[in-house]
Design a protein around this ligand. Structure first.
Ligand SMILES: *Cc1c(COP(=O)(O)O)cnc(C)c1O
Length: 281
């Protein structure tokens, strides 16, 4: 059962309700984070809490001790959750604008956490790879993990054949609706630099692992026009890990099937996670 932490207590998620006056509802002001737990242990908790804090500060939300409270509530919540395998959950933490807009600063935020079983992509999506649809739009305030996904959702409306939209302002590929993007071109992995995209926690792990295992990684936005020369592409995210991309718009990537680079990085990421979880009390 999905549980929610709101106003100091856990309850079934359907009993959590934000006041209709909250700026998250009336103006789309809010930030969030999704992390996963395995066997009840949160993975990369500190990396996720740091990013949540940065997102809130960049959005003008005064956090006070909110992030400390969220950290504590996640620990309590994972003990109460009934996710499968002793606690394989998705933990979503939200900080909203609250009721007060003080010239673009939000001094009285609200926060809530939803803990539910994780819904990673299907095995079939890893086996066959996925398709993305390029759009010339830019994700506003790219360093903030905002709750407002309207642009990216609208650009892919009515397209069941694509998993997500891919932001490509001026033909330069930044990221997707909710994932970081990588292309493997001429033996080098390219991904857009920080500042132009969200600092994906998985993005950071994949870059570090790739470099440690001998891949050349360049933080430079790959161009849409260069995808014809890519032998592989993939997206990364907390629930997706490393998910192969085999088509972007009309461009087929490489052989049109997932390749060895994404398979290797997926394995390295999962091994890294196992090592960290095992050494975690
Ligand atoms: C959440 C998200 C990501 C992925 O971040 P992770 O920390 O790896 O889950 C990338 N880009 C955007 C726009 C996102 O919202």
């Amino acid at each position: 059962m999905s549980i929610c932490f709101f106003e100091g207590a856990f309850r079934p998620t359907k009993e959590c309700a934000l006041p209709v006056t909250d700026l998250a509802i009336t103006r789309g002001v809010g930030v969030f984070d999704t992390l996963r737990s395995f066997g009840g242990k949160p993975f990369a908790l500190e990396e996720h809490m740091k990013r949540l804090e940065e997102s809130a500060l960049r959005a003008g939300i005064a956090i006070g001790d909110v992030v400390d409270n969220i950290r504590q509530a996640i620990a309590d919540g994972l003990k109460r959750s009934d996710c499968p395998n002793g606690g394989n959950c998705a933990v979503k933490s939200y900080i909203t604008g609250g009721d007060t807009n003080d010239l673009g600063m939000f001094p009285n935020p609200r926060y809530f956490i939803v803990i539910d079983s994780a819904n990673p992509p299907l095995d079939e999506e890893y086996r066959a790879g996925i398709a993305l649809l390029p759009t010339a739009e830019t994700r506003p305030y790219p360093t903030i993990k905002s709750i407002n996904y309207l642009i990216g959702i609208m650009q892919c409306a009515g397209r069941p054949d694509v998993r997500e939209c891919l932001y490509c302002p001026g033909g330069e590929i930044t990221e997707t609706l909710a994932s970081s993007f990588f292309a493997h071109i001429g033996g080098t992995l390219f991904t857009a630099p920080l500042g132009t995209v969200l600092g994906g926690v998985t993005r950071g792990f994949v870059i570090d692992l790739a470099r440690a295992y001998g891949f050349k990684v360049v933080e430079l936005a790959p161009k849409l026009a260069d995808l014809a020369d890519a032998d592989e592409a993939f997206i990364t995210g907390t629930l997706k890990d490393v998910l192969p991309v085999v088509r972007v718009g009309d461009t087929v990537i490489g052989s049109g099937k997932p390749g060895p680079v994404s398979a290797r990085l997926l394995r390295l990421l999962r091994e890294y996670r196992e090592r960290r979880l095992t050494s975690q009390p």
